[in-house]
Ligand binder design. Structure first.
Ligand SMILES: [Zn+2]
Length: 381
């Protein structure tokens, strides 16, 4: 079957819903998108593997490979989109609409459209001439916990030496982002009448001490860690949600605090999470309060690809921009576990990601295709 033109591939991807969400009411399979990509890349001569994500029914990763050897280039992206608020969209999220020099549709910016551009970039490539392999990698559930990328990392398979993730960076190269951990601290005390404090054990008062400790810890982290490449140069710790107690005249028996912790590259997540637990336990020593500290979702490590990496240098030369740090997380840390040196570079603007009437500016389409072709020439031919 002849490969559809770029417009038809874009339309096919946008019109195939692939919402992922931790809320089962929103969550959808990504198989429709994976099927399109398999068909198109298979027709071009790529070897196709569709891998079910263990423990996540209806979710699939796709590896499409051309050429062989260990040192190739991977063009990667996620097949899923975030949910959408239809009432706030002027356009139909599942129709590709071209207007105002823009392509509108859910996933046009973040980031299904990238796959159509990547396929367009390889359309006329004689695959037989590849000196190093070229892989197109499409993952499941990036927006809802990254189980697709985690499953790939757990396979311990080497897909290549370099990766480009087409997340929205406005075609500016990115080599760093912070990690994200969200943690819940739950304290359990004993309820009792407010008139006699001896009757209970106040979880709110315990949390007051915990908050004091967390703010002191934050100050320590921020004085010990700094990276001027980030707009917010220090690691952050946000107190985002608290709930405790029910009545002014009852001793508070339960209190929960939820925090968001964003470490810089070089700050590993697990030691931070252990430190958090250790500090809460030490602060409440002897209080008699029950303590439970646990992650609210799968944490994402920070990412850093060295400025000296060939893929970063090539992207800097090609774009004329120095590689930057961004405020959003990617699957890059999992790709790093797979031995890939990762560049984040994509045609969308992050300002439009996760927004109603998400769009991709038409003026970014051709430059993105040409950049991908230039990277393929540099790393595969
Ligand atoms: Zn994305």
């Amino acid at each position: 079957m002849p490969l559809p033109n770029l417009q038809d591939m874009l339309r096919g991807l946008i019109e195939t819903p692939s919402v992922s969400s931790v809320n089962p009411q929103w969550d959808q399979s990504n198989l429709g998108v994976v099927d399109h990509l398999s068909q198109w890349l298979g027709d071009l001569g790529f070897e196709i593997e569709v891998l079910p994500v263990p423990g996540h029914a209806g979710k699939f990763n796709l590896i499409a490979n051309a050429g062989s050897g260990p040192e190739g280039l991977v063009l990667a992206g996620h097949t899923d989109t975030v949910p959408y608020d239809e009432a706030r969209w002027k356009h139909d999220p599942f129709k590709l609409v071209e207007a105002d020099d823009r392509l509108y549709g859910l996933g046009s910016c973040d980031m299904k459209a990238f796959f159509a551009l990547a396929i367009e970039a390889v359309r006329d490539l004689p695959l037989g001439t590849l000196k190093r392999p070229l892989t197109i990698l499409a993952t499941a559930d990036e927006e809802s916990g990254m189980c697709g990328a985690q499953a790939l990392a757990a396979m311990h398979r080497r897909l290549g030496r370099y990766a480009v993730i087409g997340e929205p960076t406005g075609l500016v190269p990115v080599r760093m982002h912070k990690g994200i951990a969200m943690e819940a601290i739950r304290l359990t005390g004993q309820a009792g009448h407010s008139s006699d404090p001896a009757l209970g054990n106040n979880a709110l008062e315990g949390m007051h001490k915990v908050i004091g400790e967390l703010l002191a810890w934050r100050a320590e982290l921020q004085s010990n860690h700094r990276n001027p490449l980030f707009k917010v140069e220090v690691p952050t710790l946000n107190l985002g949600h608290i709930h405790g107690g029910d009545n002014p005249n009852r001793i508070c028996a339960q209190c929960e605090l939820q925090i968001d912790l964003r470490p810089l590259p070089g700050m590993a997540l697990e030691p931070l999470q252990n430190e958090l637990r250790g500090r809460v336990v030490r602060t409440l020593e002897g209080s008699g309060l029950g303590i439970d500290v646990r992650p609210l979702f799968n944490s994402i490590p920070a990412m850093e690809t060295p400025a000296s990496s060939a893929i970063i240098k090539a992207a800097e030369k090609m774009t004329g921009f120095q590689a930057q740090a961004v405020a959003f997380a990617t699957e890059g840390p999992y790709f790093k576990q797979m031995g890939l040196e990762t560049l984040v570079l994509g045609p969308g603007d992050v300002d439009q990601a996760h927004q109603p009437d998400e769009f991709l500016a038409l003026k970014r389409v051709q430059p993105c295709i040409e950049m991908l072709q230039s990277l393929i020439r540099r790393f595969c031919l």
